[in-house]
Design a protein around this ligand. Structure first.
Ligand SMILES: Cc1cc2nc3c(=O)[nH]c(=O)nc-3n(C[C@H](O)[C@H](O)[C@H](O)COP(=O)(O)O)c2cc1C
Length: 221
């Protein structure tokens, strides 16, 4: 498959400067189905360690559920005023059946045999289920979910969709409302998506970032 570069480097940076953590959404604006479908695809296309995809993306568009979540979100208006509210949930535990689910999907998509994946299975199970990583498996899953968050926000900016990443919520309350523990999941981080309100003064504030020399180091030898 060949692809064409459709975003010029300067455009990419302009879009990333355009994006900001939106504090006030225009609740009258909804993301179109076409745009949303593309954004949902960016969630699905997110890479994860070993490919295991230890997550579920809960997309909340229903006003009733949004209203129930808001008091457990520091009462932030983004929850109810955005178009699509995404709760990034991650697996509480990684088991052999999670690895096998991924292997079965690999067989389905790539048409290979399960036998051909056995040494990979041994490596993943040894590392993630029985090895040192097993001690931090839930935390490891959380990290993967944050990759999806970054991917989603960048893609949204390219489509001129506003977002607000959100950690200001009570995971235990979200878990109860969304019935996540029953599915082996917990709420990790959220992202409100939609369109900024004209009145959001944060949109006009200059970005506060450390300088390149402060945060980037080049090693050329
Ligand atoms: C993981 C994460 C959680 C955040 N949680 C919140 C939040 O709950 N509410 C909020 O208004 N902003 C939240 N922010 C936004 C940050 O404060 C903001 O991204 C940062 O100050 C940089 O500003 P900018 O995104 O506008 O460039 C969060 C950002 C990240 C990355």
């Amino acid at each position: 498959m060949t692809t064409t570069i459709t975003v010029a480097p300067s455009n990419l940076i302009a879009n990333l400067n355009w994006r900001y953590a939106t504090k006030a959404f225009d609740s009258s604006k909804t993301i179109s189905l076409e745009v949303w479908n593309a954004l949902e695809e960016t969630l699905i296309l997110t890479p994860s360690s070993c490919g295991l995809q230890p997550w579920k993306f809960i997309v909340v568009t229903g006003p009733e559920t949004k209203a129930r979540l808001r008091p457990h979100s520091w009462n932030q208006s983004q929850v109810t005023d955005c178009s699509h509210y995404v709760v990034f949930a991650s697996l509480l535990k990684i088991t052999e059946s999670d690895v096998d689910k991924f292997l079965a999907r690999t067989v389905e998509v790539r048409g290979c045999t399960l036998e051909s994946l056995q040494s990979f299975r041994g490596m993943v199970v040894g590392e993630v289920i029985h090895g040192p990583r097993s001690k931090v498996a839930a935390e490891w899953a959380v990290r993967q979910a944050y990759i999806a968050l970054g991917n989603f926000m960048t893609a949204a900016a390219l489509l001129q969709v506003d977002t607000c990443p959100m950690e200001g919520f009570v995971p235990a309350e979200y878990d109860k409302i969304l019935g996540l523990p029953e599915k082996g999941l917990t709420a990790t981080v959220c992202c409100a998506a939609g369109y900024r309100s004209e009145t959001d003064k944060y949109a006009r504030l200059p970005k506060v970032r450390f300088t390149a020399s402060d945060v980037v180091e080049h090693i050329t030898v």
